[in-house]
Ligand binder design. Structure first.
Ligand code: SF4
Length: 429
């Protein structure tokens, strides 16, 4: 029996798809990329943007035709399945099961013929490892309590649930055994992690301390995404002092104006955010940052947009995910007065991107020359004699070496120049 998984959306969806794949392989099913050969197709959906949902409707049209050609079990899961369960069942009756975010663990049993047992709470899958990968996600939380006014996540993934420490340790031991080199602890609001271990309360920085003794092959621990309001002094000191925690932090900013941040319900201000960045830079040597930022939130003025530009400059990120506000049906921001014309949102975004491209080249260029530890990811597409590697700061290297390497090898590189976004250099021996 063959299965095919299509995944859309965030890293948590990707990690959950990898986990479902592992479970299905473990039950003796085979993976295929060919819809004509698939006996079961799982579409893991995203609801963050309307465009993501439109794409799924298109894929459903495709699979409706496929099902007429040959029998297959079609399952729709993920956030859209949660948000539009009834609509999906009505509009696309050829779907065999619409399975919400909380019930994904039931998918293998359903494919193998068991009726769906609906669960009331989110269940973490046993492992999110994808065979052959040296980089793995480790979900530690699901859901979100923050209700940022533009975001659908709390409505589709529900309230925060933290994964038990014991399960996280088990997964890390398993990944160690598989030769994994880096892990990313995942959650919608990772630094509000809250659990118990040996009778003690465990918050996110404590979790980082607890897992560290289990890390040997794993050389980098990353986490995504933290919320600025929950970025405690304890977390800053653990990042600074723990050599396994990568000194590259993704810290979502979203906007540079206090009024807009408040409208977004981000529970922070421009001043507090900048003070946090300053403190992190002072206390974490060699820190680099990345962020998420948007233009054209309802009622954003030109002056407030300029505040976003100046806060981006003050933050000095080496990477940024930049987008313009796209109203999401079902969120408060979609109903707000002062919706901004698309042409203005796009114009603002274009300048934001242009400035960021110039800024990251400037920051990265100023780091040269330097020596870095990195993980080999493959060979260079343009030059087969060079290898590619990714470093602690999520930076990419193209390097020459006298040695043979395979993906997952750890190397030390002397970087001497920057070409586009990639550092070039040679292996230090
Ligand atoms: S913190 Fe805000 S943006 Fe992030 S998942 Fe929660 S509600 Fe959405």
């Amino acid at each position: 029996m063959k299965f095919l998984i299509e995944s859309y959306g965030c890293q948590l969806n990707m990690a959950e798809s990898a986990a479902i794949e592992t479970l299905l392989l473990g039950r003796g099913l085979e993976k295929t990329d060919n819809p004509d050969a698939a006996d079961a197709v799982i579409i893991n959906t995203c609801s963050v943007r309307k465009t993501a949902e439109n794409r799924i409707w298109g894929r459903l049209g495709f699979y409706s035709a496929e099902k007429k050609k040959h029998p297959m079990t079609l399952i729709v899961t993920g956030c859209m399945a949660e948000r539009m369960k009834e609509e999906l069942k009505q509009e696309a009756p050829f779907i065999d099961a619409v399975i919400g975010t909380n019930e994904k663990a039931e998918i293998p049993d359903f494919i193998l013929g068991s009726p769906l047992e609906m669960l009331s709470g989110y269940k973490f899958l046993s492992s999110y490892y994808k065979e052959g990968e040296f980089s793995s996600y480790v979900p530690i939380m699901n859901g979100c309590n923050n209700f940022c006014s533009y975001c659908i996540v709390p409505y589709v993934r529900g309230r925060e649930v933290s994964r038990p420490v014991e399960e996280i340790i088990e997964e890390i031991k398993f990944l160690e055994g598989k030769g994994v080199r880096e892990i990313t602890l995942l959650g919608q609001n990772v630094n509000s992690y809250s659990s118990q271990y040996n009778g003690q309360a465990v918050d996110f920085p404590t979790l980082l301390e607890i897992i560290t003794p289990y890390l040997d092959n794993i050389i980098f621990v990353r986490f995504e995404s933290p919320h600025p309001k929950d970025f405690s002094d304890h977390l800053i000191s653990v990042i600074a002092e723990n050599p396994k925690v990568a000194k590259h932090i993704h810290l979502p900013m979203q906007a540079g104006s206090t009024r807009i941040l408040q409208l977004m319900n981000r529970k922070t201000t421009r001043e507090k955010f900048l003070a946090l960045v300053d403190k992190m830079r002072r206390e974490i040597p060699g820190l680099t940052l990345s962020t998420d930022v948007m233009t054209g939130f309802p009622s954003e003025t030109e002056e407030e947009y300029e505040e976003t530009l100046s806060m981006m400059e003050a933050m000095g990120c080496t990477e940024a995910f930049m987008y313009y506000f796209n109203p999401r049906e079902g969120t408060r921001a979609a109903e707000m007065d002062g919706q901004i014309e698309e042409s203005i949102k796009v114009r603002r975004l274009e300048r934001l991107i242009a400035e960021q491209i110039e800024r990251q080249a400037r920051i990265k260029g100023s780091m040269l020359p330097f020596r870095a530890t990195a993980i080999v990811t493959g060979t260079s597409r343009d030059d087969k004699d060079r290898y590619l590697a990714r470093g602690e700061h999520n930076d990419y290297f193209s390097f020459s070496s006298e040695k043979e390497h395979k993906p997952g090898d750890v190397v030390i590189i002397d970087a001497v120049e920057l070409k586009g976004n990639t550092f070039r250099g040679s292996e230090y021996v």
